[in-house]
Design a protein around this ligand. Structure first.
Ligand SMILES: [Zn+2]
Length: 162
């Protein structure tokens, strides 16, 4: 019995770097350094006792370095996945039940996101007193406010309305 043939599958080894979870979501192939932003998007700061494992700058086959986030006891909603796609466009979402991955899919970037980001332009109609829901077009490398055309490329995570 040899497991030589498994040696090329480096990703399986790397999975072991972060503990397995029983039920919840594994967000894999997050760009290196974005794990904390992923947690921010999910509203996880540890104060509610969430059980979370984070691997940062883990060697990856697909990228030089990746982050991985495992959240116990929570399955992400499509809205959450849509927002995640803005900062982690290559992420893989794995839904885990009883230690088995029951669903696995790549995130897809939506064309627009509404009501999840706040415009950084203080003069924008969406940041005033009027109840205008924010709306951003998703670009290749950022987002653009549909009202004032402000483009945000970095720091998208800091615009997330929580
Ligand atoms: Zn705006």
């Amino acid at each position: 019995m040899s497991d030589e043939h498994d040696h090329h599958d480096g990703d399986a080894d790397h999975e072991l770097r972060v503990s397995k979870i029983r039920d919840g979501t594994v967000i894999d192939h997050v760009r290196g350094g974005q794990a904390l932003n992923v947690l921010a998007i999910l509203g996880i700061d540890g104060t509610n006792g969430e059980e979370v494992s984070v691997g940062m700058n883990v060697p990856s086959n697909r990228f030089a370095r990746k982050d991985i986030v495992k959240v116990e006891g929570r399955e992400l909603s499509q809205d959450e996945v849509d927002v995640l796609s803005l900062i982690a466009p290559d992420a893989t979402i794995n839904i885990v039940r009883n230690y088995d991955v029951v669903e696995k899919h790549r995130v897809e970037r939506p064309g627009v996101v509404e009501g999840v980001l706040s415009c950084p332009n203080a003069g924008c109609i969406t940041t005033g007193d009027e109840p205008v829901i924010s709306r951003f077009s998703v670009l290749e490398d950022g987002v653009r406010c549909s009202y004032c055309e402000t483009i945000v490329r970095d720091e998208i995570a800091s615009l997330i309305d929580t």
